[in-house]
Design a protein around this ligand. Structure first.
Ligand SMILES: Cc1ncc(COP(=O)(O)O)c(C=O)c1O
Length: 314
């Protein structure tokens, strides 16, 4: 991202475009679903059930990828920001969920969704369906393994860039993406910083470390990733998961206007706000090469249209 690097006054800034996956509008969940849905098919599942927020990118991509492999998809969605805004409920991701043929079960709080997730599965099983359940974000070892593979891909793509100089900056929601990367980069010199959009940093680091350890086992490597070695920052969450922040929308504006790239207000905007702040605070060494992992989420901007346009002052 040469233009953004210039604006921010750094030598070099790389981006990995996982928002450009060729299915369902793209995003990080595709790499997880590649493995999860293979497991679903192999186990003889007849229906996939998952969950997330109304504007969940994970639910959208599960719906798209399930359609692609010929499995019906049902999803329990909750309303983390307690809004009744029409666009939040019916534009962006939920609109695409319907287009991809998913059945949505709408609930209110996260706790209500916990119960509904169990209930929906039980009902489907009572009807004779063989259910493959994917938890929020697909952040189980088999899903996170997709990001172990992404780490291998990044290592190949770095070319002449020294591994020890690379700092991958990535959003951490349910932690599976960062976990897969941590496992994949173990022993390579590449550093990973997770920008939490949900949990306090110690909790997120613990989740990431546990998952990373399971991923290394899956990969046959067997090393462990202690929580103390997992870097997570939690100062860019703002009021909470799913609430846009001024800094996040400002980062969206900057990246859109310098690179023509769309970020979202829930994950990648906040993560870019974190990266920009780290640069401003001079937290990187002179030789460091930050690499922003673009995890997708752009359909979400339509669900947050009012909020974003008012913050943009338009
Ligand atoms: C666009 C986007 N970026 C990042 C994430 C975070 O990934 P993870 O849940 O694996 O931490 C998600 C999903 O949660 C997402 O939809």
């Amino acid at each position: 991202m040469d233009r953004l690097a210039q604006v921010l006054g750094v030598r070099r800034l790389l981006i990995k475009r996982d928002d450009r996956m060729g299915i369902g509008g793209g995003g990080n969940k595709v790499r997880k679903l590649e493995y999860l849905l293979a497991e679903a098919k192999a186990s003889g599942a007849t229906t996939v059930v998952t969950r997330g927020a109304v504007q969940s990118n994970h639910v959208r991509l599960t719906a798209a990828c399930a359609a692609r492999v010929g499995l019906p998809c049902e999803a329990v969605v909750h309303n983390p920001i307690g809004t009744d805004d029409e666009a939040y409920h019916h534009s962006g991701n939920p609109l695409l969920d319907s287009l991809f043929g998913a059945t949505l079960h709408r609930t209110g709080s996260l706790e209500e969704a916990d119960a509904a997730f169990i209930f929906v599965q039980a009902e489907l099983m009572a009807r004779g369906e063989q259910v493959y359940a994917i938890p929020m974000g697909g952040s189980v070892p088999m899903g996170a393994f997709g990001y172990y593979q992404c780490a291998q891909e990044i290592l190949e793509q770095l070319g002449s860039v020294k591994r020890e100089d690379v700092v991958v900056v990535v959003a951490a929601g349910t932690g599976g993406t960062q976990a897969g990367l941590v496992a994949g980069f173990l022993g390579t010199g590449v550093r990973v910083i997770g920008i939490s959009v949900w949990l306090p940093k110690d909790e997120m680091a613990g989740t990431v470390a546990d998952l990373a350890t399971s991923v290394t086992k899956l990969a046959g490597a067997g090393a462990t990733a202690p929580a103390d070695d997992v870097m997570v920052l939690d100062e860019y969450i703002g009021p909470g998961y799913g609430y846009p922040t001024d800094e996040g929308v400002e980062a969206m504006r900057l990246v859109a206007r310098s690179e023509g790239i769309v970020l979202d207000p829930v994950y990648t905007g906040k993560t870019m706000a974190g990266l920009i702040d780290l640069i401003k605070q001079k937290k990187f060494r002179d030789d460091d090469v930050p690499l922003f992992l673009h995890t997708g989420g752009s359909p979400g901007i339509f669900g947050y249209a009012k909020d974003i346009s008012s913050r943009l002052g338009e």
